[in-house]
Write a protein that binds this ligand. Sequence first.
Ligand code: DC
Length: 221
Amino acid sequence: MKKILITIDGPAGAGKTTVSRGLADRLGYKYIDTGALYRGVALEAIARGVNYEDDEGLGKMCSALNIRLILNAKGLRLLSGENDITEHIRTPEISMMASAVSARPVVRQYLLGLQQELGRDKEAVFEGRDMGTVVFPKADAKFFLNALLEKRALRRYKEMSFKPSQSLDKVEQDLKKRDENDISRDIAPLKPAEDAVIIDSTECTVDEVIDQMLLHIKRVS
Ligand code: DC
């Protein structure tokens, strides 16, 4: 099999992370969670009091940031400068702020080169919103993973069931709001690439989704 680059886009809660990780494991590829990079920018903006509409402030902040994803013994880690911020980016507040800052061109521009650099050697599965449309338009295999909103909300809610800081209703409202932000933004909106294989995971197990993907990957590699 030749070395390929695989992209998986889709809305929050569609199962992208679990599927991307599983697929990368099956292929012996690296897995890159690009949402984590947007979350890292959001965390820094909140910490520095930069408003998500303040493009000048965001621009200045980004030019001084050193956000990166590294693989170490603990797995994929998100670093900002010398700090490992992996454990601090999964709060509801950061999710909303990540969606808000991701609509700003200055932030997308900052992260574009960084993501493309990570994909230079292929043999990678990239998860995000615009992987197949903008960041890697020439990716070898592109997937768009979707599921009904209610199912996605339930999955997210179960993920946080040991620390239920939100009700199921609130989780669903937040996902809906984030979908709207991500779909309607002017720059790199969430949408399937024309050549993406669209998979609905509402009624599928993780393994069923990965098997469908592997079938397609066999055909293109
Ligand atoms: O995948 P996630 O939920 O961790 O992503 C957080 C936010 O980051 C999401 O609401 C939109 C944004 N994002 C993006 O705009 N482009 C990407 N490639 C990945 C994430």
